[in-house]
Design a binder for this molecule. Structure first.
Ligand code: PLP
Length: 392
């Protein structure tokens, strides 16, 4: 099973290493000689349990996950991730304090905005601690200074604070967790769907990490969770009666974190093939030298692209402030009108694909996730140079 190495910059589902897909294709037909594919066996069989254990162990190794945190997987993606977070974390606050508190959201782009909308829709008490648009001429593209919102977190009983570490659509990435949060006792809950495993992080600082699989870790269909064990205990300590009395929405059973953990991620039928692909990706990154090596590559790719785009300030518009430019999703537009189609066509002629910006923002977006090689990035850089010199 062969393919020409793609130069694909799509935002998600995203490119996976060819080597991983080749192995996955074999295992889909016949897993380790058992005469059945890995997707055809019971999710509670020994082989499936081995896949779950292997994925958990490899993730622990890669991310240096402390014993204080549990790792588990559930069907879904980023959206089921932020829906389930809202109800589970509110229940945890009830279990811990007896009151439901208020969930605070840091809005830096469309995904954190959607997460807040969903919490509101579910009936969770929640509010924005800031909306970055209010500080940047009505547009996403910058993160306000902590001084603009840090005092607020002391003003109320916050159940958790939610942030999206990398805003995939707007190309805004938190350079690090805000100090106001790491120095407080409020649980930090973060969506890492589009930057997990791209850089080293200190897992101990997070209450919850959630990530849809289909960008840096595998195929669509699963969400990865890393949750502080004390939060799981707090959720279990909140009786349903009390949640009902307080008007806290009850989490559907397949998304209730302690239930999923008690059943080792197999309370209901986990897509085990999808998890096996995740495990193959994790092994692949470990073989390459782990997150430090991956981070180095990612930094080089982002530097190559941003430096090239910055060379032509009259031609390219980069809407994101330098201190929070995403290293995963490089967003840009052309200043000259009428050239967008030519840019995409010229790229396609060189087999550079997936560059169209999100429909809500237009322009272009080069997603340079882990599986996108330095060679691919260099081909794109050369194309950008050529296009700018010809048309500027
Ligand atoms: N969060 C982030 C950061 C995303 O990029 C996406 C999807 O692109 C989502 C959440 C939603 O993911 P899904 O489509 O799997 O629900």
């Amino acid at each position: 099973l062969e393919r020409e190495e793609p130069n694909y910059f799509g935002a998600g589902p995203a490119l996976l290493p060819t080597k991983v897909l080749q192995q996955a294709a074999k295992d889909l037909i016949d897993y380790q000689g058992i005469g059945l594919g890995i997707g055809e066996i019971s999710h509670r069989s020994g082989d499936a349990t081995d896949v779950i254990e292997s994925a958990k162990a490899n993730l622990r190794k890669l991310m240096n996950i402390p014993a204080t945190h549990e790792v588990f997987f559930m069907q879904g993606g980023g959206t089921t991730g932020f829906s389930s977070l809202a109800t589970n974390l509110t229940a945890a606050h009830v279990g811990r304090t007896g009151s439901k508190g208020t969930a605070g959201y840091l809005i830096t782009g469309s995904w954190s905005a959607k997460a807040l909308e969903e919490a509101e829709r579910l009936g969770v008490d929640c509010e924005a601690l800031f909306n970055a648009k209010d500080f940047n001429n009505g547009k996403f593209g910058a993160i306000p200074p902590e001084s603009a919102w840090a005092d607020k977190i002391k003003s109320k009983d916050y159940s958790y604070v939610y942030l999206c570490e990398n805003e995939t659509v707007h190309g805004v990435e938190w350079p690090q967790l805000p100090k106001a949060l790491t120095e407080s006792s409020i649980e930090i809950v973060a969506d890492l769907s589009s930057d997990i495993l791209s850089r080293e992080i200190d897992v101990s600082k997070y209450g919850v990490i959630m990530a849809g699989a289909q960008k840096n870790i595998g195929l669509a269909g699963l969400t990865l969770y890393i949750v502080k064990k004390s939060i799981l205990q707090d959720i279990s300590a909140a009786p349903l009666d009390q949640l009902r009395k307080l008007g806290v929405p009850i989490t559907p059973v397949a998304f209730e974190y302690p239930t999923v953990v008690k059943n080792n991620s197999a309370y209901n039928t986990i897509p085990i093939f999808t998890l096996h692909v995740i495990d193959l990706v994790l092994r692949h990154i470990l073989e390459k030298g782990g997150i430090p090596a991956q981070q180095k590559e990612n930094e080089l790719k982002a530097q190559l692209l941003y430096e090239t785009l910055d060379k032509y300030p009259d031609f390219f518009n980069l809407p994101v402030a330098k201190d929070c430019r995403s290293k995963m999703n490089v967003v840009f537009t052309l200043k000259k009108e009428g050239l967008d189609k030519d840019f995409l066509q010229g790229a396609a002629d060189r087999k550079l694909t997936g560059l169209k910006g999100h429909r809500s923002v237009g322009g272009f977006r080069a997603s340079i996730y882990n599986a996108v090689s330095i060679d691919s990035t260099k081909l794109l850089v050369q194309y950008i140079e050529d296009f700018a010199s010809k048309n500027a």
